[in-house]
Design a protein around this ligand. Structure first.
Ligand code: PMP
Ligand code: GLN
Length: 397
């Protein structure tokens, strides 16, 4: 990869994010954008009205550094309500500029140069950059897709080798960054897998940072928090945000929760990144967090129906399709359509089919590990999903 002039060595190799690139391609070609993960409609009116009202009533100056007290309270109430977890809103919650800032601030605050950070590979793209900015070293544990037989038997679970995870822990390991439900694969980590992660964290005295931005998009069973496993309460920072849950991805209200000493450390880094953000959006996200179960159930069920619409069509066209257990992304293996390289496939897709998708290779430490995989986002209106799959059918079936 060519070096960008002026850019520090910590950021060499991190060009424009794939999401911005593919969305720009969609706009330029007029293709239907199933690439970047954002919904194509706004979230609940109560929530947007609360933001408008906040702006009108003068909630427009810097909010308090840790976040507005009522939002921190709403975050703590949400953890109690959904996970039976008691969190002190004053010392154990920090409001951030999206989950992205919470993750970056955690890495910057907690890692020394040369520390190792374990991730499951592929990862959401900001992890690699955040680890590099912190001067730390990423250590990947590869997630394997289900076999064709498993897919035929109805399983879409991606798995990892427990021994590979055990081997990844070593004296240099500072933390493990775990994303469940997982972007891009849609994997939801099982109780056994989380128990193993917890056991290894305790054994090696490692901190866990969990990214749970898709916590309300688990399609089967309940979302499980690593923080609730034995020995983890004192060593887990749980990160989430309102972007996905309330379909306001542009507002960038996120949060980190965990034991007071870890949150105090992360707050120290966070205050010099953005200091604060999104004053009028903070009370609005508090309204969202307090919505009734009907909202949360409706949101999940709506996305579940979209998942099935997209995955059934993709499979029917002939794509080997991994229907996700969570998130709003489905993965296909383009070898099923006679292609080897998902990057080339995605670059030509706007022209061949008028559709934009994201090559999963970009999420891997070594792109070759994910070359045949392509990710489609289904947080789109049904008409668009139907039109996009009709176009794919015409191009490939
Ligand atoms: N983590 C994962 C796994 C994501 O997919 C995203 C994108 N929503 C983020 C973090 C970033 O979240 P936010 O927009 O709240 O910064
Ligand atoms: N999380 C979204 C995705 O995976 C995109 C966020 C972004 O554009 N940085 O597509």
């Amino acid at each position: 990869m060519s070096r960008l002039p002026h850019l520090s060595s910590r950021l060499q190799g991190f060009g424009t994010t794939i999401f911005a690139e593919m969305t720009a391609l969609a706009i330029k070609t007029g293709a239907l954008n199933l690439g970047q993960g954002f919904p194509d409609s706004d979230g609940p009116t109560e929530v947007s009205e609360a933001a408008i009202e906040a702006i009108r009533s003068g909630v427009n100056q810097y909010p308090p550094g840790p976040g507005m007290p009522d939002l921190r309270l709403a975050i703590a109430e949400h953890q109690q309500r959904f996970y039976d977890l008691t969190v002190d809103p004053d010392t154990e919650v920090l409001v951030t500029a999206g989950a992205t800032e919470a993750l970056a601030a955690a890495l910057l605050a907690l890692c020394e140069t040369g520390d190792e950070v374990i991730v499951f590979d592929p990862t959401y793209d900001s992890y690699k950059a955040g680890i590099s900015l912190a001067g730390a070293v990423m250590r990947g544990v590869v997630l394997q897709p289900p076999t064709a037989d498993e897919v035929a038997a109805g399983s879409s679970a991606w798995t990892f080798d427990p021994d590979e995870l055990r081997r990844a822990f070593n004296p240099k390991t500072r933390l493990i960054l775990l994303n469940t439900p997982h972007n891009p694969t849609g994997k939801v980590f099982t109780t056994e897998e989380l128990a193993l992660v917890a056991e290894l964290c305790v054994e090696h005295d490692v901190i866990a940072v969990t990214d749970e931005v898709y916590e309300h998009l688990v399609f089967d069973g309940a979302h499980q928090l690593l923080a609730t496993f034995d020995g983890m309460a004192d060593r887990t920072v749980t990160v989430s945000s309102g972007g996905k849950t309330f379909s306001f991805t542009g507002w960038k209200i996120g949060w980190a929760m965990g034991p007071a000493p870890l949150i105090a450390a992360i707050r120290t880094a966070k205050q010099f990144l953005t200091f604060v953000n999104g004053a009028p959006f903070q009370p609005a996200i508090a309204v969202g967090l307090r919505l009734g179960d009907d909202y949360y159930d409706g949101f999940r069920n709506e996305l579940l129906a979209k998942r099935d619409l997209l995955c059934n069509e993709l499979a029917d066209i002939g794509f080997a399709t991994f229907s996700p257990e969570g998130t709003y992304f489905a993965t296909v293996d383009v070898r099923s359509m006679g292609h080897e390289d998902g990057i080339e496939f995605c670059l030509s897709l706007p022209e061949t089919a008028g559709v934009v998708a994201v090559p999963s290779a970009v999420f891997y430490a070594d792109q070759r590990d994910g070359l045949p995989f392509v990710r489609f986002c289904f947080a789109k209106n049904d008409q668009m999903l139907t039109d996009a799959t009709a176009r794919l059918r015409e191009a490939f079936a």
